[in-house]
Design a protein around this ligand. Structure first.
Ligand SMILES: [Ca+2]
Length: 208
């Protein structure tokens, strides 16, 4: 224990207490970011064939040549029941069943028998869903969390969709905790190196 409780020593102890708070807040922030990353299922669009071959004559063959494919890129089976695929215009298809790791689900626009062939599903629509001139496919979980979006323009007939950016790049990769998390921090001489919490001029702690 410190022998004396002078105003000067109280200042030091107060600063140490604040620094400790900042460290805990920083660690908690990183932990939360990691948990959020791992909670997002690794399922994404791997292909959208938006402009079926030939003339758009609304034949069932033409409608079914338009499709969206989602793939389970993770290592565990995902239950898709309650998940949705939708376009910009608000057409919604509800997914169901399970998707083992590495497997794909192909949703054709037209009419057909689900599961024939295996892994194929049918929107049962009498009209096209995906715009040839540009559109966005959005995949959401049963909790309405957007897992992936696939966007394309007016050229081409299909896209293999860009993989989603790692969630960690927006939060966990940032080494600096927010300013509000650290009360009364002394100024740092090298802010670019991250949360270096060593005070620049304080003397060592004196116990006697
Ligand atoms: Ca189309």
């Amino acid at each position: 224990m410190p022998a004396a409780s002078t105003p000067e020593s109280r200042k030091r102890w107060r600063w140490i207490a604040l620094t400790g708070t900042a460290l805990i807040v920083t660690a908690a922030g990183i932990t939360m970011a990691s948990a959020a990353t791992s909670s997002v299922p690794n399922v994404r669009f791997t292909k959208v064939y938006y402009n079926s071959p030939g003339t758009d004559n609304r034949s069932n063959t033409s409608l079914n040549a338009e499709y969206a494919q989602v793939t389970n890129k993770g290592k565990t089976t995902i239950t898709l029941t309650g998940w949705t695929i939708r376009d910009e215009a608000g057409h919604v298809y509800k997914l169901s069943g399970t998707l083992p790791a590495g497997h794909s689900r192909i949703v054709h626009t037209g009419k057909g028998t689900d599961g024939r062939p295996n892994g194929h599903r049918y929107w049962q629509s009498g009209n096209y869903v995906w715009n040839n001139t540009g559109d966005t496919a959005t995949l959401r979980t049963n909790k309405n969390v957007v897992v992936h979006t696939c966007k394309w323009g007016s050229s081409g007939s299909y896209t293999t969709c860009t993989a989603p950016a790692p969630v960690t790049s927006t939060r966990a990769a940032s080494p600096s905790p927010s300013k509000s998390a650290i009360p009364s921090m002394p100024p740092s001489n090298s802010p670019s190196t991250g949360p270096v919490l060593t005070p620049p001029s304080l003397p060592p702690i004196e116990w006697e």
